[in-house]
Design a protein around this ligand. Structure first.
Ligand SMILES: [Zn+2]
Length: 409
């Protein structure tokens, strides 16, 4: 039996069958969330007799869902066996596709990566061919990892744009057929598939292994080519009615007649985003500004974007730094409006721009102080994401893990 099967309903519908199934689930839950235990500890915790617990433990050992991890310490006498969850029998696959690359990570139950591949070039296009190529890359990654596909509990695909994660639809990428994207990918790769918005996945990542600790009201800013936020309200991710919350980059703040890729004009992204930075860099060069960074016409927009970011971070080019500084003041002002409304305790700056550290944090901090209400601003701590480019795959693995373990919580 796999862990996934154990976590679903009992196949034996008799009262004793359901009770037995539930006892085995409780043992697994205890070992997963509390840690290793002896038979006697499990008996006390689950209020069952030693012979009953022993029989259930033996069945779980036979199914290889738990392991005997050696002898527990005690004060003399015969030392009892300690049981742990088997980590190499259940895996979670996180997949992230952005405009120019894909990233994959396969985690075991202890949230350790057994295989990870970050930022492999991939041009995300809204075509059937691009979708099929994406599916075959997922399959190839699984094959290379040498982990048996049947032990992978599921896959979470992280995509940017409007995502309805409940119904599994993506409306910006791979939107060709009027059927859920999760269904199409699942048919291709033969595993359960979940779909989630990229910024929300990164927010999950910060919860799983990043800078969010016990905070219950948090805003996570994904400051990259585009701009989005993940909102955590009272400890829960906020989705809105259909899952389209967090489109902060399309906040219509400016009267600038610059057309945004969403089709509207004056969005925050037209003045503060990766793509706006590329446009403003080109305009500055055309107006005669000097820069040590050169961007060629044969480079893609995304390549130009990364060149300007590294121009500030590594080459400390004045024009790059100046543009980023100006953008971050604008971003800080927009965030000030947001924290006035939501009163969070933590604001996490993530995404590509977060790699710039103080170049980004200081102007944002200064604008927050300048434009937000004093009392609200005092409540909020500003932190930089520590996960870097792994945030997406870490978060995607966490999504699958939570979905699978939800019967236990
Ligand atoms: Zn827009």
């Amino acid at each position: 039996m796999t862990l996934k099967k154990l976590l679903s309903s009992s196949l034996d519908n008799s009262l004793s069958g359901i009770k037995w199934h539930s006892l085995k689930q409780s043992i697994v839950k205890y070992l997963l969330f509390t840690g290793d235990a002896t038979i006697s500890e499990l008996g006390t915790e689950l209020q069952s007799s030693i012979p009953t617990i022993t029989k259930a433990v033996n069945e779980l050992l036979a199914d290889e869902l738990i392991i005997d991890s050696g002898k527990a310490q005690n004060n003399g006498g015969r030392r009892p066996s300690l049981y742990s969850i088997a980590c190499d029998k259940t895996y979670f696959l996180g997949v992230e596709a952005n405009r120019s690359s894909t990233s994959f990570g396969l985690e075991n139950l202890k949230e350790e990566f057994v295989s990870i591949e970050l930022n492999t070039p991939f041009i995300l296009e809204n075509t059937y061919e691009s979708l099929m190529e994406f599916c075959s890359r997922i399959d190839a990654f699984i094959c290379d990892s040498q982990v048996d596909k049947s032990s992978i509990a599921g896959v979470c695909v992280s995509l940017s744009g409007r995502i309805n994660s409940k119904e599994g639809f993506s409306y910006n990428y791979f939107f060709k057929e009027n059927r859920p994207l999760v269904e199409i990918i699942s048919e291709q790769i033969g595993l359960p598939v979940y779909l989630e918005n990229d910024t929300r996945v990164m927010t999950f990542g910060e919860y799983a292994q990043g800078v969010i600790e016990s905070e219950k009201n948090v805003i996570f800013l994904n400051y990259s080519w585009g701009v989005g936020i993940g909102i955590v309200a009272e400890g829960e991710l906020y989705y809105g009615k259909s899952g389209y919350s967090g489109e902060f980059g399309h906040n219509p703040l400016f009267d600038n007649e610059i057309l945004c890729h969403c089709g509207k004009t004056g969005c925050l992204e037209t003045e503060a985003s990766g793509w706006a930075m590329v446009e403003k860099f080109k305009q500055a060069l055309a107006a005669g500004r000097a820069s040590a960074i050169s961007i060629d016409d044969d480079m893609t927009n995304i390549q130009q974007y990364h060149k300007i970011l590294s121009g500030a971070m590594i080459d400390e080019d004045n024009l790059c730094i100046e543009l980023i500084n100006r953008q971050c003041e604008i971003m800080g002002r927009a965030l000030a409006g947001l924290i006035n409304i939501l009163n969070p305790e933590l604001l996490v700056i993530g995404g590509d721009f977060s790699q710039l550290g103080d170049f980004v944090l200081l102007p944002i901090k200064s604008s927050l102080k300048k434009y937000s209400l004093g009392l609200v601003s005092r409540d909020v701590t500003l932190k930089k994401s520590t996960l870097g480019r792994r945030a997406g795959v870490i978060g995607a693995c966490r999504v699958v893990k939570e979905k699978m373990l939800s019967p236990l919580t």
